[in-house]
Design a protein around this ligand. Structure first.
Ligand SMILES: C[S@@+](CC[C@H](N)C(=O)[O-])C[C@H]1O[C@@H](n2cnc3c(N)ncnc32)[C@H](O)[C@@H]1O
Length: 191
């Protein structure tokens, strides 16, 4: 089967191409891979790509050997001591995506109404939880990377989506920040 390029991944794919010209990248894990089209496409391009998502109902049958179910906050539970050259993600480390995953916020307009009526204190508490979750995803990814391995994330699903962690949070975990923009970041695990 010849893979159609999943066009919405263009920005992340450009970044991967650029990085693979500078670093030896063979094994790639996609966080929040959804159906798995991008994993399939990367495999066709010669990467040893795999994906993980909490929701498996949409996984493509022909990619079952490479798609895994699990929580992005606990990659070790699925991958143990396996390490990847690169971990990538699109639409996973922004607040909207983590609200959506935990509370079904984007699909459920009713939930958004409840959210807007919430006490500001409760809202702040939810915000903190989502923030902590995003940082756990970063930490969990750090542990599954090879020394010198890269984490590249792109948050361009909606025009107002933003990377949901600060540069300082990434550095606290131990990453070198190679680039950090509103909608994308590239982090490296030091040797
Ligand atoms: C917004 S969708 C993006 C899907 C795909 N990457 C794309 O760009 O089309 C986010 C995906 O990440 C998964 N996801 C988000 N947070 C997760 C978590 N904490 N653990 C496991 N899967 C998660 C969701 O199930 C969903 O498939």
């Amino acid at each position: 089967m010849v893979e159609a390029f999943p066009k919405h991944y263009q920005r992340l794919y450009d970044r991967i191409n650029e990085l693979s010209a500078r670093f030896p990248l063979r094994t790639v894990l996609e966080l929040g891979c959804g159906v798995g089209h991008f994993v399939g496409f990367l495999r066709e391009q010669g990467f040893l790509a795999e994906g993980i998502d909490g929701k498996t109902d949409l996984f493509r049958d022909d990619l079952m050997d490479y798609l895994h179910q699990g929580q992005l906050t606990d990659l070790k539970q699925v991958f143990g001591d396996r390490r990847f050259d690169m971990i990538v993600g699109r639409g996973v480390v922004c607040h909207g995506s983590q609200y959506d995953y935990s509370y079904g916020s984007r699909q459920d307009a009713g939930w958004l109404v409840v959210m807007s009526a919430l006490d500001p204190q409760v809202k702040r508490e939810l915000e903190k939880r989502v923030q902590a979750k995003i940082e756990r995803i970063l930490e969990s990814s750090f542990n599954q990377l090879m020394p010198d391995g890269l984490l590249a994330v792109c948050e361009d699903i909606d025009t107002d989506d933003k990377i949901g962690f600060s540069m300082e949070a990434a550095q606290r975990i131990g990453y070198h920040v190679l680039s950090y923009e509103i909608q994308e970041a590239v982090l490296q695990k030091p040797k």
